[in-house]
Design a protein. Structure first.
Length: 464
C-alpha cells in the first residue's frame, strides 16, 4: 500500500514537472526575449531630420524694380549647375526677356504718341497766343480812334460829346479786359505745355529704364564662392524654367561654409521641450561614421504647415560646432536634441510597457520560474526607452512582448499607489471623462499623464 502511494505521488510530481516544462518551452519557443532593467544616465532625446545650410551667405539677385514696369514674374532661361565654384563677375544665369521686350515696344509707341501730342499742343498754344496778341493790338487802335473822335467833337453839341466820351470809356475797358485775359490764357497754355511735357518725359524715362533693365537679365556672381540654388515655395530647388517673383528675386546664394546650421522642424507635441542652448548630437547621412556636436540657436514661436504633412511643426535652427570641409549645404542630418538628462535613472525599452483599463501601466516580469504582470509607474521617456519610477528594481528581467498564456493574469499593483489610483468600474467607464491616450509601437496605449510627453512612432531598440 505504501509502495502504491509513493508511486502515485511520484507520477503526479512528474506530471507537474512536465506541465511546467512544456509551458515554459512553449513560451520560450515564441517571443520570450527579455531585457534587464538598467540604471544609468538617461537622456530625454528628441530625434528629427534636418538639412544643412550656411549661417551666412551672399544672395545672387535677379533684376530689381520690375514691378515698376508691371512685370511680376520672370522665367529662368538658363542657369549653371548647382555646386559650381564661381568667381566674381562669372555668368550665373539668364532670364527670359520676352515680357520686357513686349513692354519696351509698347513704351516706344507711347513715347511717339506723347511726342506727337506735345507738338500738337505746342502748335495750338502758339496759334492761340498769336490771335490774342493781334486782338490786343486792334483794341489798342480802337482806343486811339475814340480819343481822336472825342477831340474832334469839342465843338459839337453836348450830347454828341457825351456819347464820344462813353465810346472812349468802352474801348479802354475792352482793351484792359483783353490784357487780363491774355495773361490768364498765357498761364493756361504754359500749364498745358508742362502737362504734356511731363507725360512725354515720363514715357521717355520708362523706356530708358526698360532699356537699362535688359542688361540685368544676365546675372553674374557678386562674389567668389560655391553656387547653391534657391529653394522654391515647395522646398524644391529652382531650375531652368522656374519662375522668380519680383518680391523675392533671389536666384541662388553663395554660402559661407565656415559656419553651418542644420534647419529642422519639431512637431507641436515636442516643441515645448526644446529651448535655445540645448546640446544636439548631429549625424550625417552622407558620412554615417562622422558625429558632430551642435547647439539649439532658436525655436520658432509660430508653427507652420509643411508640404505633405497634416501636423503643425515649428522651425528649429541648430548651429554646428566648429567647421569641417566635408560639410556641404543641403546635406541631410539626423539631429538628436538632448532636452533633459536624468542621473542614476532606472529605465526599460518602450516595447515592454502595456496598459489595462487605460489607467494601469504594467510589464511582464520574470520572478524566479514564474512570470507575473507587474504594475509600473513611468516618468520621462524618449524615442526608445522610459524611466521607471516604481514597480521594478535594477537588473530585474522583463519581457519585450506579451508571453503566451499570461494575457489574462491579474496585475500585481504597487502598494504605495493604492491611494493615488482609482480604477473605474466597467459600467462607469463611459461616464468618466476620456483621458488623452498615446499609442506605443506595439499597438498598446499609454495615458498621456503617465507618459509625460512620450512621442509616438520612431524606431525601437532593445537588447536581448
Amino acid at each position: 500500500m505504501n509502495k502504491k502511494v509513493i508511486i502515485t505521488g511520484g507520477v503526479l510530481i512528474g506530471m507537474i514537472i512536465i506541465f511546467f516544462a512544456v509551458r515554459g518551452s512553449q513560451n520560450d519557443s515564441l517571443t520570450d526575449i527579455m531585457v534587464e532593467v538598467k540604471r544609468d544616465v538617461f537622456n530625454v532625446n528628441i530625434t528629427t531630420t534636418g538639412e544643412l545650410e550656411a549661417k551666412n551667405s551672399v544672395k545672387i539677385m535677379g533684376p530689381s524694380g520690375l514691378r515698376n514696369f508691371r512685370i511680376y514674374q520672370v522665367n529662368i532661361q538658363e542657369i549653371i549647375d548647382e555646386g559650381t565654384e564661381v568667381k566674381k563677375g562669372d555668368f550665373v544665369a539668364s532670364l527670359d526677356p520676352s515680357d520686357l521686350t513686349t513692354k519696351m515696344k509698347d513704351a516706344e509707341t507711347k513715347v511717339e504718341q506723347e511726342n506727337s501730342k506735345y507738338i500738337q499742343t505746342q502748335l495750338d498754344t502758339t496759334l492761340q497766343m498769336r490771335q490774342a496778341r493781334d486782338e490786343l493790338i486792334n483794341l489798342k487802335y480802337g482806343v486811339e480812334e475814340q480819343e481822336i473822335k472825342l477831340d474832334q467833337s469839342q465843338f459839337e453839341p453836348p450830347a454828341t460829346i457825351k456819347q464820344e466820351e462813353i465810346n472812349l470809356e468802352k474801348a479802354k475797358r475792352a482793351y484792359n479786359q483783353a490784357k487780363e485775359n491774355y495773361k490768364i490764357k498765357q498761364r493756361q497754355n504754359v500749364a498745358k505745355m508742362n502737362e504734356v511735357g511731363a507725360t512725354l518725359t515720363k514715357a521717355r524715362r520708362e523706356l530708358e529704364g526698360m532699356a537699362a533693365m535688359v542688361t540685368s537679365f544676365t546675372i553674374v556672381a557678386p562674389e567668389d564662392g560655391m553656387l547653391i540654388y534657391k529653394k522654391d515655395w515647395d522646398g524644391k530647388p529652382i531650375k531652368a524654367g522656374s519662375q522668380i517673383g519680383v518680391w523675392d528675386p533671389v536666384v541662388a546664394t553663395l554660402p559661407d561654409l565656415s559656419t553651418m546650421m542644420s534647419k529642422t522642424y519639431i512637431n507641436e507635441v515636442d516643441v515645448r521641450k526644446v529651448k535655445a542652448g540645448q546640446s544636439v548630437e548631429i549625424g550625417l547621412d552622407a558620412f554615417p561614421e562622422k558625429k558632430l556636436k551642435g547647439k539649439v540657436m532658436s525655436v520658432a514661436n509660430v508653427g507652420e504647415q509643411r508640404p505633405n504633412s497634416d501636423a503643425k511643426v515649428f522651425q528649429v535652427n541648430v548651429q554646428v560646432a566648429g567647421s569641417d570641409p566635408l560639410l556641404r549645404p543641403a546635406m541631410t542630418t539626423s539631429n538628436s536634441i538632448i532636452a533633459k538628462t536624468v542621473e542614476n535613472a532606472l529605465f526599460i525599452p518602450l516595447e515592454c510597457l502595456h496598459s489595462q483599463f487605460d489607467s494601469i501601466t504594467y510589464v511582464f516580469k520574470k520572478e524566479g520560474i514564474k512570470t507575473i504582470k507587474q504594475e509600473v509607474q513611468i516618468g520621462d521617456t524618449n524615442t526608445d526607452e522610459a524611466i521607471i519610477l516604481a514597480g521594478l528594481e535594477e537588473k530585474e528581467k522583463v519581457f519585450l512582448s506579451v508571453p503566451n498564456g499570461y494575457e489574462e493574469d491579474e496585475v500585481i499593483l504597487i502598494p504605495e499607489m493604492d491611494g493615488k489610483r482609482s480604477q473605474p468600474e466597467a459600467e462607469e467607464i463611459e461616464e468618466e471623462p476620456e483621458e488623452e491616450m498615446i499609442t506605443l509601437p506595439n499597438g498598446k496605449k499609454i495615458p498621456a499623464s503617465k507618459m509625460k510627453g512620450m512621442r509616438s512612432g520612431g524606431k525601437r531598440k532593445a537588447s536581448k
